[in-house]
Design a protein around this ligand. Structure first.
Ligand code: GTP
Ligand code: MG
Length: 242
């Protein structure tokens, strides 16, 4: 069996219920633990849809997705949520405290572990400055927190769960370039044994990725490292220069 946390797509096709054309076709790749797999492509290419198939927000129409060699359908909801942390493109906080938001998916995390996660997510100052700190209140939808901060708290939430697989959907784009770089450097250690899949808008976020998948109209049109794609893919060159 492949290592736990490995994500395999085998010739996956997906169309939204009721829609005519598939949004994803013939998607095959393997995201290995200890590696970063990046997905890049223009808006509407199908990046979010692809990520959403992994925690089974939708099921593939054809083909198969496996985690650690086990088909998703055999894994069960509980195993999926325990092993996979997803930071969605529109990160969501619910009404409650910062601590309760961070413990969603990590009920047993100690305060110390929450502070560690916040530190990696570059949010220590933000939480320290709030009245009540970990117990300070978040309003429904996180509307009393800025978009970039919401994104960072959702990254901290993902880290607190200590999963084998991380999914980041465009999680770094609301951050300024400086914070983006610091956060990603801090992520290296806690995610080093996990399979990391990251959707990115900025090429600078993914130049170090072990493999980059270029998605165009629901198909992988090129794959390789940053250097390889600069040589081989016109679509990638266009993304880099746009
Ligand atoms: P950006 O986040 O804008 O960069 O795009 P993306 O690459 O994440 O694309 P996404 O996966 O969101 O969408 C791919 C295609 O699926 C687009 O044509 C969308 O209009 C369509 N789509 C996305 N969500 C839904 C949905 O819930 N229902 C239906 N019917 N279509 C959807
Ligand atoms: Mg998207």
């Amino acid at each position: 069996l492949p290592e736990p946390g490995t994500v395999e797509f085998k010739d996956v096709t997906f169309g939204y219920p009721g829609a005519e054309a598939p949004v994803l076709s013939g998607i095959s790749f393997t995201a290995k633990p200890g590696q970063t797999t990046a997905i890049i492509g223009s808006t509407g290419a199908g990046k979010t849809t692809l990520l959403n198939l992994i925690p089974r927000l939708y099921d593939a129409t054809e083909g198969e997705i496996l985690i650690g060699g086990v088909p998703l359908k055999e894994l069960g909801r509980e195993a999926i949520s325990r092993n996979i942390s997803a930071v969605p493109q529109r990160p969501y906080l619910f009404s409650g405290t910062i601590a309760s938001n961070l413990r969603f998916g990590a009920q047993d995390a100690s305060d110390e572990e929450l502070w560690e996660a916040l530190d990696i997510a570059q949010s220590t100052d933000f939480v320290t400055e709030r009245e009540g700190q970990l117990e300070s209140t978040i309003s429904q939808g996180g509307t009393n927190v800025s978009g970039g901060q919401r994104q960072r708290l959702c990254i901290a939430r993902a880290l607190a769960a200590k999963p084998m697989t991380y999914l980041f959907d465009d999680s770094f784009s609301a951050l300024d370039v400086n914070t983006d770089a610091k956060l990603r450097a801090a992520l290296a250690e806690p995610t080093k044994d996990a399979a990391v899949i990251i959707v990115a808008q900025r090429v600078s976020t993914i130049t170090e990725a072990d493999q980059i998948l270029v998605l165009d109209h629901g198909e992988i049109v090129a794959r390789g490292t940053h250097e390889e794609l600069l040589e081989s893919s016109e679509t990638y060159q266009e993304i880099v220069t746009s």
